[in-house]
Design a protein around this ligand. Structure first.
Ligand code: GTP
Length: 398
C-alpha cells in the first residue's frame, strides 16, 4: 500500500512536469497572465519533485529541511502565481497580494517549525488550503470581462483539493498517529494525491481555455478598434450605429451624428512630422471620448476624420457636445501639443420615419463640406428633414 501511495505521488509529479513543459512549449509568445499560469505550473511541478526528493534524505536532516522547505515555497508560490493569473484573466488589472503573502508566511513558518512533524504538516496544509480558498474567491467573483464557463470547473476542482488538503493538515496536526508520515496510505492521503492530480489537469485546461478566451478578445479588439487612437473603427461603429438607429426608432428617441474632419492636418504632418500628427490624432480621440456621455460612441472614420454618435441627443445636447469639445481643445491643445488644433464638423439628426444610417451620414457629410467651404473651425448643422422621403417610408414598411 505504501508503494501505491508513493507511485501515485510519483505519477502525479510526472504528469505535472509533463504538463508544465507542454504548457510552456505550446503556448508560444504569451501575455503576463499566461506567463504567470505557466510559472505556476512549473513551480508546482518543481515543488513536488523536491518533496519527493526530500523523502530520500535522512529524515530531519539538513538536506531534508532544505529540500522540503524549498518544495513548500515552490508549491505555494505556484498557487500564488496561478491565483494572480486567474485574476488577470478575470479582467482585474491589479491582482491582490494575499496569496503571495500566504506563500511567504507558509514557507517561513514551515522552515521555523520543521522539527515538529505535527506542526509542519498542519501549518503547510492549512495555509495551502487558505490559498486555494483565495483562488476560489477570485474565480467566483463576477469577472470584469466575459470569461468562459471553464472557471466553474476550476472552482469545483479547487474546492475538492482545498477540502482534502485541509483534512490532511488536521490529520497530521491533531491525529498524528493516523497520519505519521508523508507516505502513510491513509484514505485522505490517497484522495489528496488523486484530487491534486485532477486539479492540476483542470488548471492546465483552465489556463489553455483562458488563454484562448483572451486571444479571442484581443482579436475582437483588433477587428473593432483603431490601432492608433483606440476608438472604434469605421466598420464596428457603423454596426453599432445601425443598432442604435433601430433602438432610436423603436423608442422614439432622438439621435444625432457629428462628422468631424481636423483642419489643416496635412500641415501638422508636413511641419512637425508624422509622429506629431499621430499624437494629435490620439489627443483628439481622447478629447472626443472625454466629452461623450454614456452610450455615445466615437470612431475614427478614416485618416483625420472622426464620427460621433450621440444617443438620445436633440439639437441642444448635440451642440453642447460640440461646444464641450471645442472648449477643451482651446484649453488643452496648446498645453498638450504645443499648437492649436481645430476641426470642422457636420451634424445631422434622425428624421421622423428615417430608417437608413447612410442617409443621416450623407447629410452630416454634406454639412461638413459646407463647414470646410465656410472657412473651417465651425460646425454646420444639417438638422433633420421634417420627415423622411417617400422611398424611405416605403423601405420601412417593407
Ligand atoms: N500622422 C498621420 N497622418 C495621417 C494619418 N491618416 C491620414 N493622415 C494625413 O492626414 C492628412 C489629410 O490631409 P488633407 O486631406 O489634405 O486634409 P487637411 O490638411 O486637414 O485639410 P483640410 O481638411 O482641408 O483642412 C494627409 O496628409 C494624410 O497623410 C495618420 O494615421 N497619421
Amino acid at each position: 500500500m505504501s508503494l501505491n501511495i508513493a507511485s501515485l505521488l510519483v505519477a502525479m509529479t510526472l504528469s505535472m512536469l509533463i504538463m508544465a513543459v507542454a504548457l510552456t512549449s505550446v503556448m508560444g509568445d504569451v501575455n503576463r497572465a499566461a506567463r504567470l499560469g505557466q510559472g505556476g505550473a512549473v513551480l508546482q511541478a518543481t515543488g513536488w519533485v523536491l518533496l519527493l526528493a526530500s523523502g530520500l534524505m535522512v529524515p530531519g536532516g539538513a538536506a531534508d529541511l532544505t529540500l522540503s522547505t524549498l518544495s513548500m515555497g515552490c508549491i505555494s508560490g505556484g498557487l500564488a502565481c496561478n491565483a494572480a493569473a486567474f485574476e488577470l484573466w478575470c479582467g482585474r488589472t491589479t491582482p491582490t497580494r494575499a496569496p503571495a503573502m500566504v506563500a511567504v508566511i507558509m514557507t517561513a513558518g514551515y522552515a521555523a517549525g520543521f522539527s515538529s512533524y505535527a506542526f509542519r504538516v498542519g501549518w503547510a496544509n492549512g495555509l495551502l488550503a487558505v490559498q486555494m480558498a483565495l483562488m476560489i474567491v477570485t474565480l467566483v467573483r463576477r469577472p470584469a470581462v466575459p470569461v468562459g464557463r471553464w472557471r466553474w470547473l476550476l472552482v469545483v476542482g479547487l474546492a475538492a483539493q482545498m477540502i482534502v488538503t485541509a483534512w490532511r493538515g488536521v490529520l497530521g496536526a491533531f491525529f498524528t498517529d493516523q497520519f505519521p508520515a508523508f507516505l502513510t496510505p491513509h484514505p485522505v492521503n490517497v484522495a489528496f494525491a488523486l484530487v491534486t492530480n485532477g486539479t492540476a489537469v483542470l488548471t492546465l485546461v483552465g489556463i489553455l481555455l483562458a488563454h484562448r478566451d483572451e486571444a479571442a478578445r484581443a482579436l475582437e479588439r483588433l477587428a473593432t478598434t483603431d490601432g492608433l487612437t483606440g476608438v472604434l473603427n469605421r466598420r464596428a461603429w457603423l454596426l453599432a450605429a445601425d443598432i442604435e438607429l433601430s433602438n432610436s426608432i423603436r423608442s422614439q428617441r432622438a439621435m444625432s451624428v457629428l462628422m468631424i474632419d481636423l483642419d489643416y492636418f496635412k500641415q501638422i504632418n508636413d511641419t512637425r512630422g508624422h509622429e506629431a500628427g499621430d499624437h494629435a490624432l490620439q489627443f483628439f480621440a481622447m478629447a472626443l471620448k472625454a466629452a461623450c456621455r454614456s452610450g455615445d460612441t466615437v470612431c475614427r472614420y478614416g485618416g483625420e476624420e472622426f464620427c460621433v454618435l450621440l444617443v438620445g441627443a436633440e439639437e441642444d445636447s448635440a451642440h453642447a457636445f460640440d461646444q464641450r469639445v471645442r472648449a477643451y481643445l482651446e484649453d488643452a491643445a496648446m498645453r498638450e501639443l504645443g499648437y492649436l488644433l481645430d476641426y470642422s464638423g457636420g451634424m445631422a439628426r434622425r428624421a421622423p420615419g428615417e430608417t437608413r444610417m447612410a442617409d443621416i451620414l450623407r447629410r452630416a457629410d454634406r454639412a461638413l463640406y459646407q463647414a470646410k467651404e465656410g472657412g473651417r473651425a465651425r460646425t454646420v448643422d444639417a438638422g433633420a428633414p421634417a420627415r423622411a422621403r417617400q422611398g424611405q417610408r416605403a423601405s420601412m414598411a417593407g
